[in-house]
Write a protein that binds this ligand. Structure first.
Ligand SMILES: [Zn+2]
Length: 413
């Protein structure tokens, strides 16, 4: 009896890590948003930060940071260097995760855990190194292909095949809030049925693309912005519903008896027209940098913290709670992580000039592998990278004002 008791008490807890893809903190009711977008997240016991800063501005760098506890320039999984590897299903050229860094799945495997991963975001995959080390992996084959009820059903299916005698590490990416947002259903909380709005269309068909390029008349933007927010809020609500279903599956299966360690965060937010931007992954302002961070155990510091702390929380390790640097005047265009700032602006997409990255007071020239101290940020970081990128992707044209900024920074002849 004594040995049985010891065996029981020494068993490590089951661990659940959920990333709510593309969910910005200020659009969650758990963080005070007026629409009830996240009743499940709001109902959880534990501690929630609404001022966590994502380690990257889009899926790949943030997930690589969550999995390794390192910054994007350390783990390498971002689009800093063009031409190295194609990222399936996206227009981004990106590098995979540095193979020498240990992932959460590898750490849990070493500790005797079974490791399961289900991702509704196709970028979160084994090819890019993000899911390296997981025993069982289910990844959406394209955007919107593992969403709604299908995702928690897939989680339930995997849990049904899991070994109840082994401790469990479950990672879930819920990508419902990521574009392309599906049409709003009749019974959705906000707005009615919507069709025809998608990012995956040509400029002529997409008012969103025309807005980004400054070609949408003001009178058309107002109603479109309302519709955009409706779509996004409903998508967050659907992600929160899936979160509830995943947690219910764990409970029904007895996986959280006596209790699981649960960590929930988001990899980035979303622009909904602020700063003339839509989408995410380019410039970094609060709208796509500030995310929720939840932990079922322990307390989170108040004020600005890094969502990178999710890594330590998942492992059950003490987190640093190092203050986020706000030393630079435009630091909120950059991801702030443990006192450093990271800018992932791919200026090199439009010229052959080597890319530079401004990192916490240093310019990092990746082509030359040189870091130089600099007292002021480089002028290229004042450029509206997202606008340029959108324009370049769509039809090769570059916004005049941005073109002037890039020329002044030496990126165009
Ligand atoms: Zn993402």
């Amino acid at each position: 009896m004594l040995s049985l008791l010891l065996a029981c008490t020494s068993r490590p807890p089951n661990v659940v890590f959920v990333v709510l893809d593309t969910v910005r903190a200020d659009h969650t009711s758990a963080c005070g948003y007026t629409r009830e977008t996240t009743p499940v997240l709001a109902s959880l016991d534990g501690d929630l930060s609404c001022t966590a800063v994502a380690p990257g501005s889009w899926t790949l760098p943030s997930h690589a940071s969550f999995m390794t506890g390192t910054m994007p320039l350390e783990h390498g999984a971002h689009s800093l260097t063009s031409g190295v590897g194609e990222l399936a299903g996206t227009s981004n050229r990106a590098r995979p995760l540095n193979g020498e860094l240990r992932t959460l799945a590898e750490s849990f495997t070493a500790a005797g855990y079974q490791t399961l991963a289900v991702s509704g975001n196709p970028v979160v995959n084994e090819k890019m190194g993000i899911l390296r080390g997981f025993e069982q992996v289910e990844v959406a084959t394209g955007w919107g292909r593992l969403f709604g009820d299908d995702l928690p059903a897939k989680v339930d299916e995997l849990l049904g095949r899991a070994d109840p005698e082994r401790p469990l590490f479950l990672f879930v990416n819920i990508a419902d809030a990521h574009q392309p947002w599906r049409a709003i259903r009749d019974d959705a909380p906000w707005g009615g049925v919507t069709t025809g709005l998608t990012w995956n269309k040509t400029k002529e068909e997409s008012p969103w693309i025309r807005y980004i390029q400054g070609e949408l008349p003001d009178e058309e933007w107002g109603p479109l912005q309302t519709r955009t927010v409706d779509l996004y809020d409903n998508a967050i609500r659907r992600a929160d519903t899936s979160l509830g279903a995943v947690l219910a599956s764990l409970e029904t299966g007895g996986w959280c008896e006596p209790g699981c360690r649960v960590v929930i965060t988001a990899d980035h937010g979303e622009f909904l027209g602020e700063h003339g931007l839509l989408d995410h992954g380019h410039e970094v302002w609060d709208e796509n940098a500030v995310v929720p961070l939840y932990t079922s155990s322990g307390e989170l510091a108040s004020g600005w913290i890094s969502a990178l702390d999710a890594h330590g929380l998942v492992l059950g390790e003490p987190v640093s709670h190092a203050p986020i640097s706000e030393a630079w005047p435009h630091v909120r265009r950059c991801a702030r992580v443990r006192g450093s700032a990271f800018c992932d602006i791919v200026v090199g997409d439009w010229s052959s000039a080597p890319k530079t990255v401004w990192l916490d007071g240093e310019l990092f020239d990746e082509a030359a592998g040189v870091r130089t101290a600099r007292t002021e940020p480089a002028p290229e970081f004042a450029a509206h990278g997202a606008l340029v990128r959108k324009a370049a992707r769509d039809d090769g044209r570059v916004d005049f004002e941005v073109e002037e900024l890039l020329r002044a920074a030496g990126y165009l002849d």
